[in-house]
Design a binder for this molecule. Structure first.
Ligand code: NDP
Length: 285
């Protein structure tokens, strides 16, 4: 039976450090503030916006939600994002995606100032992540790497098999894992014989969004798995890895209670980095 890498303790420590840093900014007269822009009508987006509101409240961070009717025009949306860009009392901006089909998501998200882009989705943030320069990197990939480090699994020199090359998780993980000196194999929907690649892996990171696609017969006792998949099924939330694989590996993150638990907090950690960037103080990796 492998170790279940539950992240509740790491999340607790991160929550404490975010609270302490938030209080320190407040003592200096700066109230860290996150603005979330939500177009009504997508239940998942509405759920995530409320979940962030609760987390912000617990952390003592100011949270501003602007909700728009689904009929909002592209220019109205761009106008609002432009105002948030200019507003000095707003340090982070998040546009809940997906947008209704008549709106252009890349034009809208591309307008967000990179130093307020806590989600790491603008071209400027993506370039920083790719090059390893100062900027706000996406939260889920950071969460995957943080978990491995916190549990003491070294990446340097290890063979990592990454399943998924999507915009949110897989793609930004590629340069981040290479900077950690991992040896990387990236698999995707055209990969032949996924099991053969996994057989040679020290670490498996899954970000495909396919419930239970990695089965217990594909894993081995020396393998460490970080499962970033979040899939809604009839039986609740599941990852990309079948839960019974835990019995056959060295360690594995649970879903829920693994990667996702840290992701929201890392968004707020990004917000505090954003505050530092905007008032000209560094601290960014
Ligand atoms: P996408 O949904 O855009 O892409 C999925 C990737 O998986 C693609 O590269 C696709 O290959 C690959 N893939 C799909 N099916 C298979 C298969 N059968 N075998 C091998 N590869 C496959 O990726 P995102 O990065 O946007 O998100 C990935 C998942 O991460 C989401 O579905 C969600 O479950 C999860 N997620 C988790 C979060 C968290 O906090 N834990 C936050 C955000 C997302 P191809 O490129 O060839 O199409």
């Amino acid at each position: 039976m492998g170790m279940s890498m539950k992240t509740a303790d790491i999340a607790g420590r991160l929550r404490d450090s975010i609270r302490i840093e938030t209080d320190a900014w407040k003592k200096r007269g700066i109230e860290p503030s996150l603005a979330v822009v939500l177009i009504k009508g997508d239940p998942a987006s509405e759920y995530y916006a409320r979940a962030k509101e609760k987390t912000a409240h617990k952390l003592g961070i100011r949270y501003r939600l602007t909700e728009f009717e689904p009929g909002i025009t592209q220019s109205e949306l761009l106008g609002h994002l432009g105002e948030l860009n200019e507003d000095k009392s707003v340090h982070g901006i998040m546009l809940e995606l997906p947008l209704p089909r008549h709106l252009n998501p890349s034009e809208a998200s591309g307008l967000i100032r990179p130093d307020k882009d806590v989600d790491g989705i603008t071209p400027g943030s993506k370039l920083a992540c790719f090059l390893g320069t100062r900027g706000l990197y996406p939260a889920t990939p950071q969460s995957c790497i943080r978990i491995l480090k916190e549990f003491g699994f070294e990446l340097k020199g290890r063979h990592v098999v990454l399943v998924g090359r999507g915009e949110t998780v897989g793609r930004p993980l590629m340069p981040m894992l290479l900077r950690e000196h991992a040896t990387l194999t990236v698999c995707h929907s055209h990969t032949e014989n996924l099991a053969r690649h996994i057989a040679g892996a020290d670490i498996l990171i899954t970000a495909a969004g396919r419930a239970g696609m990695i089965t217990a017969d594909m894993v081995h006792p020396d393998l460490v798995i970080v499962d970033a998949g979040i899939n809604e099924t009839d039986t609740g939330l599941t990852g990309d890895v079948s839960p019974d694989a835990l019995q056959r590996v060295k360690a594995m993150t649970p879903v829920p209670g693994g990667v996702g638990t840290l992701t929201t907090l890392i968004l707020f950690e990004n917000l505090l980095k954003a505050v530092g960037m905007q008032i000209g103080e560094g601290g960014l990796k």
